[in-house]
Design a binder for this molecule. Structure first.
Ligand code: ZN
Length: 307
């Protein structure tokens, strides 16, 4: 099933399926952690189902069972071996063979490439042939968190279906139902920058606790209960890049919700400073991290203390 915030995209595609006007290749794009993969699976199952009910897969026919068991012969998953790795060209070649064969179950054939930006140049070039010479009753679903990293040629040969970050209220309602009333849904939403599946993931790790503890330290700084020096030492114990990302997301979200004591211009300048600091930490120049933290925290304090 797709998520509630994907209803518009679903209706649009459903009506195209009903009119038999679905394009042969689609690019499902939008930020990570909002459920595009789930949507593409729901769509694939709908296409393969023998007797859809109300526009959705029935969930009980042979085809539906094959899909949910991950063993449908006419549904090809093309993914990197590990997250973050490239999609190998032999997988795209296999996709070419899959597209040329007749469907084993007599219906549609669907290939799902996830995430599409993991294709390297060779893989992408190999895919172009399939995009340019589509096979009958064969659907290519490219799912991408970063469509800008795909070549313009690939993008121009797919129908783009966009998945923006859903409205706060929609995610809030959904999260409250899923995680229960004991969780601070507003804070989860904020930490995950509105991406519902990331919010769930944060709950499953100790990320949330660590982030809350950093927020507590930052609040201490503003309230003069602590000093940049003392907090810099605590920051040193954490993963520096992660802590920089947290600081960034805290400032960005304070900016978004208008929780600022200074002008937005100064906040943006500070965000730039954080990006520079992160680059410096990743560089080989071996910076003095303690000093860097002290400077960042001192400047952070200046942003929040009302004069
Ligand atoms: Zn079915």
């Amino acid at each position: 099933m797709h998520y509630p915030w994907q209803l518009n995209q679903w209706r649009q595609l459903s009506s195209q399926i009903d009119k038999d006007r679905l394009p042969h290749a689609m690019l499902l794009s939008g930020p990570k952690y909002i459920g595009k993969y789930q949507f593409s699976l729901t769509l694939a199952q709908r296409m393969l189902c023998e007797s859809p009910i109300g526009g959705y897969a029935c969930g009980s026919c042979k085809q539906c069972h094959l899909v949910t068991a991950n063993s449908h012969p006419d549904l090809l998953m093309v993914k990197p071996e590990e997250e973050g790795k490239a999609i190998r060209i032999d997988l795209i070649r296999a996709l070419g063979e899959f597209a040329n064969k007749t469907a084993q179950q007599g219906g549609w054939k669907i290939a799902l490439i996830y995430p599409a930006e993991a294709m390297n140049l060779n893989s992408a070039n190999a895919l172009l042939k399939n995009l340019e010479e589509p096979n009958a009753k064969t659907l290519l679903l490219l799912v991408s968190h970063e469509p800008a990293r795909l070549s313009a040629t690939i993008r121009s040969r797919c129908r783009m279906v966009k998945f923006p970050i859903p409205a706060d209220l929609e995610v809030r309602n959904w999260l409250s139902q899923v995680v229960g009333p004991q969780e601070d849904v507003g804070q989860l939403l904020e930490f995950s920058e509105g991406r519902p599946l990331l919010a769930l993931q944060l709950l499953e790790t100790d990320w949330l606790e660590q982030r809350r503890s950093l927020d507590g330290l930052l609040d201490d700084l503003v309230a003069h209960r602590s000093t940049p020096l003392a907090i810099a030492e605590k920051c040193l114990a954490n993963d520096p890049l992660m802590t920089i990302d947290w600081l960034y997301s805290r400032v960005a979200s304070d900016l978004r919700y208008g929780r600022t004591a200074v002008s937005p211009r100064l906040m943006f300048r500070y965000l730039d400073r954080l990006i520079q600091a992160k680059k410096l930490m990743q560089s080989s120049s071996n910076p003095n991290i303690q000093l860097l933290w002290e400077e960042l925290l001192l400047n952070w304090q200046l942003l929040y203390i009302v004069k």
